[in-house]
Design a protein around this ligand. Structure first.
Ligand SMILES: [Zn+2]
Length: 63
C-alpha cells in the first residue's frame, strides 16, 4: 500500500467517525424503574436489569 492510500484511508475513517458522531441526540426515554448500576437500563414496571440481574428501583419522581 502506498503512503497516499494510507493517508486517504485515514482521512476517510476520520470523516466517517465525524459523521457518525453527528447523529441527532436521541432523547433518552425516562423509565419509571431503572438499574442503579446501569441507569440506561430501565422498564416501566418492576423487574430486573438485563445486564446484571439487579432489581430495578423506582425512579424518584417526587422532585
Ligand atoms: Zn444493571
Amino acid at each position: 500500500m502506498s503512503k497516499a492510500l494510507v493517508v486517504l484511508a485515514f482521512i476517510g475513517l476520520s470523516l466517517g467517525g465525524c459523521t457518525a458522531g453527528n447523529n441527532k441526540p436521541v432523547k433518552q426515554k425516562q423509565y419509571k424503574y431503572y438499574c442503579t448500576m446501569h441507569p440506561q437500563i430501565g422498564a416501566d414496571k418492576p423487574g430486573i436489569c438485563s445486564k446484571c440481574g439487579m432489581q430495578l428501583v423506582e425512579r424518584d419522581t417526587t422532585r
